[in-house]
Write a protein that binds this ligand. Structure first.
Ligand SMILES: NC(=O)c1ccc[n+]([C@@H]2O[C@H](COP(=O)([O-])OP(=O)(O)OC[C@H]3O[C@@H](n4cnc5c(N)ncnc54)[C@H](OP(=O)(O)O)[C@@H]3O)[C@@H](O)[C@H]2O)c1
Length: 277
């Protein structure tokens, strides 16, 4: 598994399993377990997904069956807006730990910036306190704009290690990625497959044919070749395997540019500037 390194020296697998919209039952447990047993080392969940209990069971069973330890895994969860505010962050974090059955997370994210700047700053201060107390390995953000990150920079002291944002061939986020690179903040993509919509794109399918790979593998590899951390979701065992199988090829510069050119600045999720839960 290929890793990226954060500015603080810690590392993260560049590819992981996302579990948004996965039921909190054996579906989540089996997908997470299958992923771990078959080589995944990173899992991305969130309190609001409502599946942390069964994701946690999948982690536990996956560790046992793969013969690895908790330290071999990189587990991410996210603070939801109802737990914003400096004084609420620790309790929000504890809720996720309890549900997952874990005693620490590798990465904890503020899920959305929200529309109240003062609350956003105050909440980040709560994240800093968790990190400084050694309760979480890394702290980061999700859905933050350049303006949000500049605000944090002006008012707080610890820089987020990562910003997880919507990113796929129809929303290539060039300006935001350039800004993140200049600040040494890692970019991470959510809905990298555009919730499967991108898999029917003609250019993606042409390149898949050229390479003898699937459309999903082409798009995931395009994330990897851009240096982005990516977390495609699947509950289907053969797709979970397929999505991990992207480290024995790469795209040519010309193929990367053809996919980059598909950009339409088109979101499938909310616009972070307006979203408040
Ligand atoms: N921070 C945020 O605000 C935020 C927002 C959205 C998502 N996320 C994170 O990002 C993760 C990924 O995003 P997402 O779940 O929205 O969607 P996604 O990963 O872009 O797409 C998932 C869809 O693609 C299908 N799929 C997966 N691999 C495939 C393959 N090889 N061939 C054909 N179809 C395939 C899946 O089907 P099956 O499952 O049926 O196989 C599912 O319907 C989430 O799970 C979550 O962890 C974060």
């Amino acid at each position: 598994m290929q890793h990226i390194e954060f500015y603080n020296g810690n590392t993260m697998p560049q590819l992981g399993l996302g579990v948004f919209r996965v039921e909190n039952d054996d579906t989540a447990k089996d997908a997470v377990k299958h992923a771990i047993v078959n080589g995944y080392r990173s899992i991305d969940t969130a309190l609001i997904y409502g599946n942390e209990e069964h994701v946690g069971l999948g982690i536990k069973e996956g560790i046992a069956e793969a013969g690895i330890t908790r330290e071999d895994l990189f587990i991410t969860s996210k603070l939801w807006l109802t737990d914003y505010g400096q004084d609420n962050v620790a309790a929000g974090y504890q809720k996720s730990l309890d549900s997952l059955g874990l005693d620490y997370l590798d990465l904890y994210l503020i899920h959305w910036p929200g529309t109240d700047e003062a609350v956003m700053i105050d909440t980040w201060k709560g994240m800093e306190a968790l990190y400084e107390a050694g309760k979480v390995k890394n702290i980061g953000v999700s859905n933050f704009t350049e303006d949000n990150l500049e605000t944090l920079k002006a008012h707080t002291s610890i820089k987020p290690v990562i910003n997880q944002v919507e990113f796929h061939p129809y929303l290539t986020q060039r300006n935001l990625r350039n800004y993140l690179a200049s600040e040494n903040i890692q970019a991470e993509s959510w809905s990298p497959l555009m919730n499967a919509e991108i898999l029917t794109d003609e250019t993606v399918n042409d390149i898949a044919q050229e390479l003898g790979k699937s459309p999903a593998q082409v798009v995931i590899r395009w994330n990897i070749d851009h240096g982005v951390v990516t977390i495609p979701k699947s509950i289907t065992p053969h797709r979970i395997d397929e999505n991990l199988n992207v480290f024995d090829f790469s795209l040519s510069t010309e193929q990367i540019e053809r996919i980059d050119a598909l950009n339409q600045d088109r979101r499938i999720g909310p616009n972070p500037v307006e979203f408040n839960g």
